[in-house]
Design a protein around this ligand. Structure first.
Ligand SMILES: [Zn+2]
Length: 324
């Protein structure tokens, strides 16, 4: 049973509504990526379908729980894009309509879980809207998204929002996962508090990705490396971590120029101080804008040529370097 410590208040909220028989039939689970919202939704689906729930959780051994574990539950429908970055097409939503018209086969509720709901195209969202407007029997819709504003307002307004946010328990959890305190705090800050992303970043950082980024930037300044070969290398690095580190490093570069202080990467003080003065603040801001723009495209599942982006980014950086 996968309830993370930072899910507890939402779980209690849902459980008490269930007990009072007032749980809305359409829930929209929102919050930054890396908080385990899908795990929560899946756990809730199990709980809703379980025939003999115990202490607000699925029992784990009734016929319904067995079917969930075997991934063959006839009253559970998972809808998600075929691949990350692709849209949820209308044929998937049509399956939903068929599913909804059948009566529950196990005699309990029916659950539709839409994972990455922002990936629905317009036709899909419109078709879903019909189902949300005319709920049948005991069907629950659980929509999960990290980008609620990419969903049509009409869909959002049919759902009760369940917000997930990073909590103070995140640090304790990361410590238990074996991340040391300083790194835990650091990675959480870079990942806007999302514990699962922070863990992934902390584990990446063990290979010292941040040190590698700084070394490549220094290589560009000293001209011992050329932008195109660095781009070729960066395209193979974990993109989420690379973007997060770069934005956070650039933030420090600007802070150093403005106040002389380093706020995030004080453990790489010498490298940062050396690099920060190589570009005028305006150029650092422009590079940061390029990253934000790229992240926005990645987040909206638009297929991208990563190599081309890094070539462009590193060439801009390289040409902005002020050499004496
Ligand atoms: Zn059960």
């Amino acid at each position: 049973m996968q309830i993370y410590p930072w899910h507890e208040s939402q779980w209690q909220q849902v459980s008490s509504r269930l007990q009072q028989l007032t749980l809305p039939h359409s829930l929209l689970l929102i919050g930054p990526q890396g908080l385990g919202k899908f795990a929560f939704a899946y756990e809730l689906a199990q709980r809703l379908l379980c025939l003999t729930p115990k202490d607000n959780h699925a029992c784990g051994h009734c016929r319904s729980c067995d079917l969930m574990q075997a991934e063959t539950h006839p009253d559970y429908l998972l809808i998600e894009p075929e691949e990350t970055g692709k849209a949820i097409k209308i044929d998937k939503i049509r399956r939903l309509i068929d599913f909804q018209q059948k009566t529950s086969q196990q005699g309990g509720a029916q659950v539709v879980l839409i994972h990455g709901a922002e990936a629905m195209n317009r036709a899909s969202a419109n078709a879903l809207l019909k189902s949300l407007e005319e709920p049948q029997g005991t069907t629950y819709f659980l929509l999960v998204t990290s980008h609620p504003h990419s969903l049509p307002a009409t869909v959002r307004s049919r759902c009760q929002m369940l917000r997930f946010s990073p909590q103070s328990q995140a640090i304790d959890w990361l410590l238990k996962e074996g991340v040391d305190a300083q790194r835990a705090e650091h990675c959480l800050r870079v990942c806007e508090g999302a514990p699962l992303s922070a863990l992934a970043l902390a584990q990446d950082a063990e290979g010292d990705l941040r040190g590698d980024i700084l070394a490549d930037m220094q290589g560009l300044v000293s001209q011992s490396l050329d932008p195109l070969s660095v781009a070729e290398k960066w395209k193979n690095w974990p993109q989420g971590a690379l973007m997060a580190w770069l934005m956070s490093i650039i933030n420090d570069m600007v802070t150093i120029q403005v106040s002389g202080k380093i706020s995030r990467h004080s453990d790489h003080k010498a490298a940062l101080q050396g690099l920060s003065s190589c570009l005028a603040p305006g150029h650092w801001f422009a590079l940061n804008d390029q990253l934000i723009q790229q992240k926005r495209l990645t987040d909206s599942h638009i297929a991208l040529n990563i190599l081309l982006f890094w070539e462009d980014f590193l060439l801009s950086m390289s040409s902005a370097i002020e050499r004496p």
